[in-house]
Design a protein around this ligand. Sequence first.
Ligand code: HEM
Length: 126
Amino acid sequence: MTHLPKTCLVTAALFALIGMGWGIVMSASADHSLSPAHGHLNLIGFVALSIAGLYYAVSPDAARSRLGWAHYGLSVLAVIVLVPGIAMAISGQGEALAKAGSVLAILAMALFGWVVLRFGAGRSAG
Ligand code: HEM
């Protein structure tokens, strides 16, 4: 038994709640300047992590693996670094964090691809 699917999905819901709250604030203030950061929070934080959570729910070998947890950790770190990084880049405060976050994000996705290749998809992984 592993908590990885639930952890991914709960984290995704948290990111979505923050992202949607941010969207409401943008709408209410009529200031959409940070919408790319909002979009990446929702798409990488909610959509990608939800898809991963559903994958781990149907692929128990992957869900039990250390690689799966490493993928989860790297994905969360990527969101935490990339989203403020994009907001800082847009508001002229430098691009270093956005660059670091984008490297983390691509590494996380590459690791997810490796997990799928290594453990397969579904119960009879192979
Ligand atoms: C309460 C829910 C949400 C609200 C109020 C909201 C609000 C907004 C607003 C005001 C914009 C800027 C639009 C513009 O300037 O043209 C925007 C952009 C965007 N939103 Fe949301 N949003 C919500 C949820 C979501 C979700 C769930 C996703 C993805 C799963 C998402 C993805 C995006 C994307 C990709 C953009 C465009 C980013 C860009 O290219 O600048 N949003 N949203």
